[in-house]
Design a protein around this ligand. Structure first.
Ligand code: NAD
Ligand code: ZN
Length: 234
């Protein structure tokens, strides 16, 4: 690993599974009993705002009952000790990376603990329930919605992420199915620019063939092992 300076880590729902947060497409293709189209699209928010807001209220409330696991803690240790560049890009909307102590972190699909104004775009830290038509402090419109990037919406910070991918020497993907774009394409961008690419996942993902190396197993085991291999035991 001596020639590695610049690392990008992508995480998905699988890194939080062992903390007790359900992954996206569980049995039957449902997320916590809901069809993705009913809770993860701008159309659903217009059609049934009460259902969509309630769904994310429950997800936000559930954060109080979970804790970061060994995989989140290992990435936080990497963040604290890695002397080179590091960017942890998460598709997760939970707050387990930051609660473990990670700082060089981007939530590309939004955050449960944030509210977004559909009128002015202001983002506000949020705790507790967020009923439809909650008033935005910044512009006064009754337009706050969950700060979640729905299907068809633009993920956050794509320019910064693309730049990091193009500059990295090592790209590591953890606990993601490789089914949701643009994140599923990150491995190809990084590899095309010459990075080493590793996947750590429970099962082979849709994008496994694009990685130089795939290690299969639980994130709570594989991620700490990988971080030790990069940092040493110190
Ligand atoms: P996904 O559910 O599509 O895929 C999860 C992947 O993790 C699978 O490939 C599975 O094999 C793997 N996995 C499951 N348990 C694992 C473990 N213990 N160790 C290692 N790997 C494990 O999730 P995704 O690819 O992140 O895409 C789903 C989208 O849904 C995300 O973009 C996110 O916005 C949203 N989501 C977020 C959360 C969260 O914040 N925790 C939870 C569910 C969905
Ligand atoms: Zn506003």
């Amino acid at each position: 690993m001596t020639d590695i300076r610049n690392i990008v880590v992508l995480t998905g729902a699988g890194i939080s599974a062992e903390s007790g947060i359900a992954t996206f497409r569980g049995p039957g293709g449902l997320w916590e009993g809901h069809r993705v189209e009913d809770v993860c699209t701008p159309e659903a928010l217009v059609r049934d705002p009460a259902l969509v807001h309630r769904f994310y209220d429950l997800r936000r409330a559930a954060l109080a009952a979970v804790e970061p696991n060994a995989a989140h803690r290992a990435l936080a240790r990497l963040d604290a000790h890695w002397p080179g560049e590091l960017l942890i890009v998460t598709q997760n909307v939970d707050d387990l990376h930051e609660r473990a102590g990670a700082r060089r972190l981007l939530h590309m699909h939004g955050e449960l603990r944030s509210a977004l104004c559909a009128r002015c775009g202001a983002r506000t830290a949020w705790a507790g329930d967020l009923p439809p038509a909650t008033v935005c402090d910044a512009c006064g419109a009754p337009a706050l919605r969950p700060d979640i990037v729905f299907f068809g919406e633009m993920p956050y910070a794509m320019e910064r992420i693309e730049a990091a991918l193009e500059a990295c020497d090592l790209f590591v993907s953890i606990g993601t199915s490789g089914a949701v774009y643009p994140a599923a394409g990150f491995v190809r961008t990084a590899r095309w620019r010459g990075a080493q690419t590793i996947e750590l996942n429970l099962d082979p993902s849709d994008g496994s063939v694009f990685f130089h190396e795939s290690r299969m197993g639980a994130a709570s085991v594989l991620v700490p092992e990988w971080v030790v291999s990069v940092l040493g035991d110190a």
